[in-house]
Ligand binder design. Structure first.
Ligand SMILES: *Cc1c(COP(=O)(O)O)cnc(C)c1O
Length: 472
């Protein structure tokens, strides 16, 4: 492609992106198009003849825009979804433009180096054991998978079995203890690892979705042989934390590997004001978290952190004669994740941490927690609105309608969510919690301010009043 055309398409993309991002705060929080509509915009016969690149990029921008969720806007509370910080986006553009295959440090020295530096910063931010290794994965799903692969290898190695070489056939069975309200993707990770999503001991949880210590004590007492314990920092609905200080020592006394899914909750380690929620988490063996949630990196980015680097590397080893090997102290990014060829995720992580600094990250997390608390307080004052969780972090569970009318409350809650989405001031979604329809609020967008929280809580109340009055 001619130099001039390359320049033009890069500029076109930058202009379209700028235009989109600047308008995001004032656009409806929901997509303007359904999936079906978006599909018919994109579908067409396979092009036989290539088209002009500029026209293609312009067409892409025009077609996609109507089907975009405003997750980058300040009043998006739909899921635990970050907002792609502009500096991360800029770093990611460079990442794509540079086209670095980040498998090893010979093929991509700068990419491997940025990961090394960013990994060190992450360990410091989370105050986790400094000897831990960090893999840059696609997200917490794969980070959980990676950490649990290391766990599987080590608990079997301890009984003299090399699972990485021999697989699970003939191995001692591994007992997996997991909280009843763990994230669905952790069960998928267990499925991928041959540990089975059903073949686990589900430990009872309390009203906040966190593990009952007494139930756990009973379950771990019954364990004999290799064991993996999976705990959670930040339950997807309540934001609740397992009691690491009590649970980890119980697990360790049995020789279990303790893994923590902290996709967003691990970030509570950064501000002093939320740190105590996760105290004792540093006693675990591995931790999975996301960059694309609370750190606001563009998609996709997650981190697999393992205390025992050797266990981490053994589980992810790819050996081939044409691949150079890393010497002591050199990082080959592929040693810590399942993929060989992949994106250089260290650049965006490095840039965002450098731009925000520890203080900027603290400010953002504290602001989100404050907005969540104040939205919950405002909503709780409205007759017929109930907050179902202790708002310890950034998550709020809302229920519309009084408890006496349980079935009807489900319908009223669904209708209110639909109304809120349709009004478009903000976006929140639904879920089932303890057998009931709820609305979830996740405060995690980088730009979300106290004022956005206030406007959104008001819009939610206005929507609820309309539904309530229509129902009468
Ligand atoms: C989001 C989330 C995951 C999955 O993370 P992805 O980044 O979507 O792969 C796992 N666990 C928890 C608690 C989460 O919030």
């Amino acid at each position: 492609m001619a130099v001039k055309q390359t320049k033009r398409i890069f500029e076109l993309a930058a202009d379209a992106a700028t235009h989109f991002r600047l308008r995001a705060p004032s656009l409806p929080a929901h997509p303007l198009q359904s999936y079906e509509e978006a599909k018919s915009a994109f579908e067409g016969p396979l092009p036989e003849k290539g088209e002009n690149a500029e026209a293609v990029i312009a067409e892409l921008a025009a077609k996609a825009e109507r089907g975009l969720m405003m997750a980058t806007g300040p009043r998006f509370f739909g899921w635990v979804i970050g907002s792609s910080h502009p500096v991360g986006v800029a770093a990611d553009w460079l990442t794509s433009a540079w086209g670095q295959n980040t498998g090893n440090h010979h093929a991509a020295p700068a990419a491997a180096a940025a990961e090394t530096a960013a990994a060190q910063w992450l360990l410091e931010l989370f105050n986790l054991p400094q000897e831990s290794s960090v893999g840059f994965a696609t997200g917490a799903t794969v980070a959980n998978f990676t950490c649990l692969a290391a766990a599987r290898g080590e608990v079997l190695r301890a009984v003299g079995w090399d699972a990485d070489a021999k697989g699970l056939f003939g191995a001692s069975p591994i007992t997996v203890l997991i909280g009843d309200d763990a994230h669905a993707t952790v069960f998928s990770a267990l499925q991928f690892l041959g540990l089975g999503h059903d073949r686990v001991v589900r430990v009872a949880t309390n009203s906040q979705g966190t593990i009952e210590v007494s139930a756990f004590a009973g379950a771990i007492a019954a364990v004999n042989g290799p064991c993996i314990v999976i705990l959670q920092a930040g339950q997807i609905n309540t934001g609740g934390f397992d009691d690491f200080e009590k649970l980890v020592p119980l697990a360790k006394a049995k020789g279990a590997w303790v893994h923590v899914d902290g996709a967003f909750g691990l970030w509570a380690r950064v501000p002093q004001t939320t740190r105590s929620l996760a105290s004792g988490i540093e006693l675990a063996d591995s931790w999975a978290t996301d960059g694309h949630k609370w750190l606001q990196t563009p998609y996709d980015c997650g981190y697999a952190i393992v205390r025992n680097e050797l266990a981490h590397r053994r589980a992810m080893t790819i050996a081939a004669s044409y691949l150079p090997t890393a010497a002591e102290g050199e990082r080959d990014p592929t040693h810590y994740v399942p993929e060989l060829s992949r994106r250089a995720r260290g650049f965006a992580t490095w840039s965002i941490i450098k731009t925000l600094g520890r203080r900027g990250i603290v400010e953002m997390i504290e602001r989100h927690c404050r907005v969540a608390r104040s939205m919950a307080e405002t909503l709780a004052k409205e007759p017929g609105v109930t907050i179902l969780n202790n708002v310890v972090l950034n998550q709020v569970i809302v229920r519309f309608g009084t408890d006496a009318e349980a079935e009807r409350g489900d319908q009223l809650t669904r209708d209110t969510i639909a109304r809120i989405q349709q009004d478009g001031v903000c976006f929140a979604g639904g879920a089932m919690w303890r057998g009931r329809q709820i609305m979830r609020i996740s405060v995690i967008g980088g730009e979300t301010s106290d004022e956005d929280g206030r406007i959104s809580a008001e819009a939610m109340i206005a929507a609820w009043r309309k539904i309530r009055d229509d129902a009468h």
